[in-house]
Design a protein. Structure first.
Length: 465
């Protein structure tokens, strides 16, 4: 798997899961080649920590500025920069007892510049420490070039990225991240080249921004999809799960502080676990003899929802259907002194409810990801705090009346949350009750493929008795 964020640190639970999944090596981003106006320099250097006990390849990628200037750069000079940066990163990682096997370059040059890229690789090779491997990631469009054979010949192995083959120019052109048809053709071509390779497979999503005319404005990093669901300036237009991919499309209903952005759209998308599993199975079933494995992009960051959670990924690769499994833990506190203050002697109760996903799959990302319906005797609730949920809406009789009744008349409240990952716990409440009675809680979840599930937690008694 690729590891792209910083610091490079694996939590004990993730380490155990990666071992169970059979992950033998991590491709760790060591830094990004950027320009300072004159020179190519390494930015965003990785900070290494201990904890990974298997081998790593250190990856150096390049930003748009370097790619724009690549044609005019001196390859011997760039090779010296890369080798110096690699040696420094290897020394830093070795201090943390990491077993570094080699350097991987992730430089997505235009296809016409592949001869120059081959020159760079030939220049880098003798500058590496003796015995260290040299590898690259590659675009599937490079398979169409005769020059690609010279590129891979300069490597020990390479990793074609059989995903996200093209960036959509407009909103209607967004092809799925995982392209199974492209995979089959690419495997045939990789087999013909004969050089050892890993199948680059997707386990992540992305966010794209389009202008008011639907033209691509670039990638988007402003808000997580969960935050977008709550943002007052954004309206959720659609949530779909089609072609093996979950998609959320938002539209800006207000301009930004700079007066721009009205009508812009943000598209969040990620492949479903079922799609990743099929991609993995097809890669293994059709791999040529020089295929040495599958590399997944990427290990998710903590709290990140666009990458597939490791438990769901593990289940999918084992041909198991990831599923959410909810557990509720109530926390009830009586306020006995309220009986002195209340003329009828009723006791107030504060109730909070912890909802934990103890399953191996996450919910979808959207308003219907996790929904709770709390039902109670009419007039028994004095105050409702949503806690870790996005919103709490009161209703009377049926949830369809949510938001249209007063607190004193309500006999139920709907709460929703935009995502719940495996192992994640969220608290709703506190809810302030007066008197005594029973609270009934019904839950509903939707998974990334659009399947819904629902059930009831055990009733909770509040107040006296």
């Amino acid at each position: 798997m690729w590891f792209w964020h910083s610091p490079f640190q694996i939590a004990p639970a993730d380490l155990a899961r990666l071992r169970e999944m059979g992950v033998e090596e991590l491709f760790v981003r060591a830094g990004t080649l950027s320009t300072d106006g004159e020179r190519v320099v390494l930015s965003l250097p990785q900070r290494f920590e201990e904890g990974w006990d298997r081998s790593v390849e250190l990856v150096i990628n390049a930003d748009a500025g370097v790619l724009h200037r690549f044609e005019d750069l001196s390859m011997p000079g760039l090779a010296q920069t890369i080798a110096t940066d690699y040696r420094a990163a290897k020394a830093a990682s070795s201090e943390k007892h990491l077993d570094v096997k080699g350097l991987q370059l992730d430089i997505d040059v235009p296809t016409r510049l592949l001869p120059k890229y081959a020159e760079l690789l030939r220049d880098v090779r003798p500058l590496l420490p003796k015995g260290d491997q040299l590898s690259i990631t590659s675009l599937t469009t490079w398979f169409s070039s005769e020059a690609f054979a010279d590129v891979v010949a300069a490597t020990d192995f390479y990793a074609p990225q059989f995903y996200e083959a093209s960036v959509p120019a407009s909103l209607g052109d967004a092809n799925p991240i995982a392209n199974l048809q492209q995979l089959e053709a690419g495997l045939r071509r990789a087999g013909e080249l004969g050089v050892p390779f890993y199948v680059g497979a997707p386990s992540y999503g992305q966010a794209l921004m389009f202008d008011e005319k639907g033209k691509l404005a670039g990638t988007y990093r402003g808000l997580s999809p969960e935050d977008a669901c709550r943002h007052p300036s954004l309206r959720l237009d659609t949530w779909t799960s089609k072609d093996g991919e979950e998609q959320l499309l938002f539209q800006a209903v207000k301009a930004g502080v700079n007066g721009k952005g009205l009508g812009y759209r943000i598209l969040y998308r990620r492949p479903t676990p079922e799609t990743i599993a099929r991609f993995y199975r097809d890669a293994l079933a059709n791999r040529p003899s020089n295929c040495i494995g599958v590399a997944l992009f990427r290990v998710p960051e903590e709290g990140e929802s666009l990458s597939t959670p490791l438990p769901a990924l593990q289940a999918a690769l084992l041909n198991q259907a990831p599923n959410t499994e909810l557990r509720a833990t109530p926390h009830l506190r009586l306020k006995p002194f309220s009986a002195i203050e209340m003329p009828d002697g009723k006791i107030d109760s504060l109730l909070s409810l912890d909802i934990e996903n103890v399953g191996n799959g996450d919910t979808c990302i959207g308003p219907d990801a996790l929904r709770l319906e709390l039902r109670f005797p009419a007039g028994s609730v004095q105050e409702v705090q949503p806690g870790g949920f996005a919103q709490a809406s009161l209703f009377l009789g049926e949830p369809s009346s949510a938001g249209k009744v007063s607190l004193s008349r309500s006999d139920g409240v709907v709460l929703w949350r935009a995502h719940l990952a495996p192992g994640e716990k969220v608290r709703c409440g506190p809810v302030l009750f007066t008197g005594s009675g029973r609270l009934r809680v019904r839950w509903t979840t939707t998974d990334p493929s659009g399947r819904t599930d629902s059930g009831d937690f055990a009733p909770i008694t509040f107040g006296k008795g």
